[in-house]
Design a binder for this molecule. Structure first.
Ligand SMILES: Cc1cc2nc3c(=O)[nH]c(=O)nc-3n(C[C@H](O)[C@H](O)[C@H](O)COP(=O)(O)OP(=O)(O)OC[C@H]3O[C@@H](n4cnc5c(N)ncnc54)[C@H](O)[C@@H]3O)c2cc1C
Length: 380
């Protein structure tokens, strides 16, 4: 039987995250867009309100949220500001390979430590010559005694400069290449790690990215997640979970752009009547509302499938990420159009949403790569 109503617990998650977004995120969105700084006050507020580690199992100090719970929460943060939302979610991204493959001992140590110091985490996969092509990773972690020696170059790493731990993907055997890809939990202040100056970019300015250079960094064997060679599977399983999160973030941005431009269209008078009374504007709003609804359905379905352990979660989460981020860009562009010159002005929020949601079509796999994943899934 199909049921679209949320459980009491999910309604609570939605209300709590909406209230948090209204108190901390929305009022600070324009400020951090200008500042281009990591929003420490909001990151700390997540801890102070006891809302950290949504998806981490309860036995390790998290909330044990399902992927659907997390999608509901992330839509609210995205509606407040995609940049601040991704800053907070990047810690979850960094910890997702831990949820998938880390031992209980590792979870206790690393989650416990982050909780204690209100720390942030980062996910360290992309390299200058390994973007869409993850299998081209060249960073090495070569075993020496009971340590690994890490050398390489990562790029576009969200939260790198503010993180306590980074989850780094490296090959342990250059002859086996990506088949030896392995995930490690690496302390960001380890000797031999150089964090390069922050990336300058178009939007999502409340989130920070850096290149990271590793030179003979020592990693204790204890910090390896799972066995050698499990890295590629962990990276892909991470995306199966987190692409639904990117979909929810984009959906939140689209919802805000739609709502702001709808309210505007009802109030803005031209030719003696609200512009919303023109069918040209009314039809644009109708299309925007429909796209937002469809993106939410797709996102919730992908999340629900994952949570039920049903087949093809990877295909569905790729569909959700692709669809929600594509329509977010369309909806935000239409919102700017509906608001005319004011839509283009930085005095109003929709131009920022348009810049912010563009990135959701690019990270965690571009939408061309999502189409590749989907076509492989449906044709196999
Ligand atoms: C702001 C930001 C934050 C990020 N955060 C992180 C992070 O925290 N951790 C991390 O590891 N990475 C992160 N990334 C990296 C991100 O995931 C990559 O940028 C993305 O996967 C694309 O890789 P690329 O930029 O190298 O593009 P490329 O792989 O060079 O692709 C360029 C273009 O070619 C297309 N293309 C490539 N291959 C194919 C193909 N086979 N078929 C069709 N089209 C193709 C792509 O779709 C794209 O349009 C971030 C990136 C940005 C910009």
């Amino acid at each position: 039987m199909i049921n679209f109503s949320l459980s009491k617990e999910q309604e609570k998650i939605k209300e709590e995250h909406r209230a948090f977004a209204q108190q901390y995120i929305t009022p600070n969105a324009a400020k951090y867009d200008q500042l281009k700084e990591f929003p420490w006050e909001i990151h700390n507020a997540i801890y102070d309100e006891g809302m950290e580690f949504g998806q981490i199992p309860k036995k390790f100090g998290g909330h044990g949220h399902s992927i659907l719970d997390q999608a509901i929460a992330t839509e609210e943060f995205g509606a407040g500001c995609c940049g601040i939302g991704i800053s907070l979610d990047a810690t979850v991204l960094g910890m997702t390979p831990w949820i998938i493959g880390a031992s209980d001992e590792q979870m206790k140590k690393f989650v416990g430590e982050l909780k204690e110091i209100k720390g942030a985490a980062a996910y360290c996969l992309t390299e200058p010559n390994a973007g869409s092509d993850v299998a081209a990773i060249k960073t090495t972690a070569l075993k020496k005694g009971n340590e690994y020696i890490l050398n390489g170059h990562k790029r576009f790493i969200t939260n790198a400069e503010v993180s306590t731990y980074m989850t780094v993907f490296a090959i342990t055997d250059p002859n086996r290449g990506a088949r030896s890809l392995t995930a490690f939990i690496v302390k960001t202040d380890s000797p031999g790690i150089e964090i390069k100056p922050r990336m300058r970019k178009m939007g999502q300015n409340a989130s920070v990215q850096n290149e990271v250079i590793f030179t003979d960094v020592k990693i204790p064997e204890f910090n390896r997640i799972g066995n050698e060679g499990m890295g590629f599977i962990y990276a892909m399983k991470t995306f199966d979970r987190t692409r639904t999160g990117v979909a929810a973030l984009a959906l939140g941005g689209a919802r805000s752009a739609y709502e702001i431009s709808k309210d505007w269209a009802k109030k803005r008078i031209q030719f003696g009547k609200p512009i919303s009374s023109n069918q040209a504007i009314g039809f644009m709003l109708a299309d925007m509302a429909t796209k937002v609804e469809l993106a939410r359905l797709m996102t919730w379905k992908a999340a629900w499938y994952y949570d039920q352990g049903l087949k093809t979660p990877g295909t569905l989460s790729a569909m959700a990420k692709m669809y929600a981020s594509d329509i977010a860009m369309e909806v935000a562009t239409d919102a700017v159009q509906i608001m005319g010159g004011d839509g283009y002005s930085t005095d109003f929020p929709v131009e920022k949403i348009m810049r912010d949601v563009k990135l959701t079509q690019i990270y965690e796999g571009t939408n061309q790569i999502q189409r590749l994943v989907i076509s492989k899934g449906i044709l196999k």
